[in-house]
Design a protein around this ligand. Structure first.
Ligand SMILES: [Mg+2]
Length: 122
């Protein structure tokens, strides 16, 4: 079973501006567990790629926020998640048929991928 997680950057990942609650270790762990991972952000693709390169994390995709549908058609997964911190994230996730998760511990606990849910258990 292949699951895919799309991460917004700013306000969602610890390397974002502002930093969010999702640590890069969590992202690395997702990759080790076999999740397809990548970023979906307003930042230009070149910047997204550089940020991942600096962290030495190999990602499967980098897309602009309104192109999340491209990820859906490009990868065959059983579940698609997008984690973000704004209503724009929520809008584009729903348009593309992704489960939307707010970048807040409570929402990750409720709706996130299993491994992330467990990491946010109190
Ligand atoms: Mg954001």
């Amino acid at each position: 079973m292949i699951e895919l997680i799309s991460f917004d950057i700013d306000g969602t990942l610890e390397m974002g501006d502002p930093p969010g609650i999702i640590t890069l270790d969590m992202v690395r762990h997702a990759r080790q567990l076999g999740y397809l991972i990548g970023s979906c952000s307003d930042r230009p693709i070149s910047v997204q790629t550089r940020l991942w390169d600096e962290q030495q994390i190999a990602v499967d995709f980098t897309v602009l926020k309104h192109r999340l549908e491209d990820v859906r058609s490009q990868f065959s997964a059983t579940v698609y998640y997008h984690i973000g911190d704004t209503h724009a994230d929520q809008y584009y996730a729903q348009q593309a048929g992704f489960h939307f998760i707010w970048a807040e511990a409570e929402d990750v606990r409720r709706h996130g991928p299993n491994f992330l849910q467990s990491l946010f258990q109190a």
